[in-house]
Design a protein around this ligand. Structure first.
Ligand code: NI
Length: 201
């Protein structure tokens, strides 16, 4: 059983935690397909993704990261994460602003910005990635209604990072090939270590 590291019980109350797949899992390399059915099943999936994201805790999560190759991501760049005094690895999460993006399309990129990114599917790797400063996103909500929004700052960076997941791109693949090779080796080594713990029988 995984260790509870954040106080995410409050949101969403009855949602389930999903397993996050890590690089280089093949599902992370696939081009995700569009969502065509809107209804309670999609709503439940999105709530489970939000719960999983807050639990991690992370600021964004795309469907391929939980093994579902669909054009969906959730994010919250506004919430506060305060460490609790009593237990070193527990966090209090407040001021939630959960967002859901279905079938997003990015357009009208403007400017350049660099931000140190990380990813729940690429544990313990953080590096500077170049992104557009400003972007317009067309997307659908869980009911299938269409929206359009022009965003900048961390929200813009996060949307570009999550949208890349839908196109089979993980942030380390936007770095130099030297860095990518270094991180790839590191991650594969780490995975082998995790899965080769000997049984004591
Ligand atoms: Ni990511």
């Amino acid at each position: 059983m995984s260790e509870v590291i954040s106080n995410d019980e409050k949101y969403p109350k009855d949602a389930k935690l999903l397993d996050i797949v890590t690089y280089p899992d093949p599902v992370l390399k696939k081009i995700a397909s569009s969502v065509t059915e809107f209804g309670p099943e999609l709503e439940t999936l999105c709530q489970n993704m939000l719960k999983t994201m807050y639990h991690a805790p992370g600021i964004g999560l795309a469907a391929p990261q939980i093994g579902i190759s669909k054009r969906i991501f959730v994010l919250d760049v506004d919430y506060n994460r305060e460490p609790l005094d009593d237990e070193a690895n527990r966090h209090e999460i407040s001021d939630l602003n959960p967002r859901i993006f279905i079938n997003p399309v990015l357009k009208d990129p403007e400017g350049q910005t660099t931000y140190q990114e990380g990813c729940l599917s690429v544990p313990e790797v953080f590096d500077d990635v170049q992104r557009h400063e400003k972007i317009t996103v067309e997307y659908q909500d869980v009911n299938g209604n269409k929206h359009e929004e022009t965003v900048e700052g961390l929200l813009s960076i996060c949307i570009q990072h999550e949208n890349d997941h839908l196109d089979g791109i993980v942030f380390i693949e936007k770095l130099s090939s030297l860095k990518l090779n270094y991180y790839r080796k590191k991650l594969i080594k780490e995975k082998k270590r995790t899965f080769s713990v000997p049984d004591n029988d």
